[in-house]
Design a protein around this ligand. Structure first.
Ligand code: GRF
Length: 187
């Protein structure tokens, strides 16, 4: 199996990145993480790039043509899959069109419910019975692309934003790799 050359975009902690790096060491896992891009020079997740000797690039999104620069870098590195793992910038329509290959995102809710930010507080406010996480293709509308995989759990009466985040993230570490396997299982 030829592994897909993958770039992971992060902005913060990078625990999903860490998990994907670990999984991609397995020969049967369909991707190889060749590059990490962050828009945040203080992103803790950069440590996983350094520890695993994976090249990383810090992008200054204040530059007008920063997305074109990213596209050039992706092309140069023959990247065919982008995984957004806590990347807090919205990719433009133009970027998505020009990249023209698979872009996937992990979101901490059961989409199509609770698109956007602050999912845990909104889930609690709405007294939802269940929550979870979703891996989906990225399209031009926020958190609206085709769903690849989801995992859910029941909310307890004593759950709060912190416990919901912990429970959701532990499911993210399962669903993100599962979604990637599902995408490429026929290759
Ligand atoms: C995850 O909870 C993901 O659902 C959301 O951002 C968070 C990133 O966490 N999009 P980490 O940086 O992978 O630890």
């Amino acid at each position: 199996m030829v592994k897909k050359k993958t770039c992971v975009f992060i902005s913060g902690h990078g625990s999903n990145l860490k998990n994907l790096i670990l999984r991609s060491r397995d020969n049967s896992f369909p991707i190889d993480i060749k590059l990490i891009i962050t828009n945040n020079k203080k992103a803790h997740g950069v440590i996983y790039a350094k520890k695993n000797s994976i090249p990383f690039i810090i992008i200054n999104t204040k530059f007008r043509n920063y997305e074109n620069r990213i596209l050039q870098i992706l092309k140069k590195n023959k990247i065919s899959l982008l995984c957004l793992a806590g990347y807090m910038k919205i990719l433009s329509k133009n970027f998505i069109k020009k990249f023209g290959k698979n872009i996937i995102n992990i979101h901490p809710s059961l989409l199509p419910k609770f698109k956007g930010l602050n999912t845990f507080s909104r889930v609690l406010q709405k007294k939802e019975a269940k929550t979870g996480c979703t891996v989906h293709y990225v399209n031009n509308k926020l958190d609206s692309g085709h769903i690849i995989a989801q995992k859910s759990f029941f909310i307890n009466s004593d759950d709060n934003e912190i416990t919901l985040k912990q429970k959701t993230q532990s499911l993210e570490y399962k669903v993100f790799p599962e979604a990637i396997i599902k995408m490429f299982r026929n290759y």
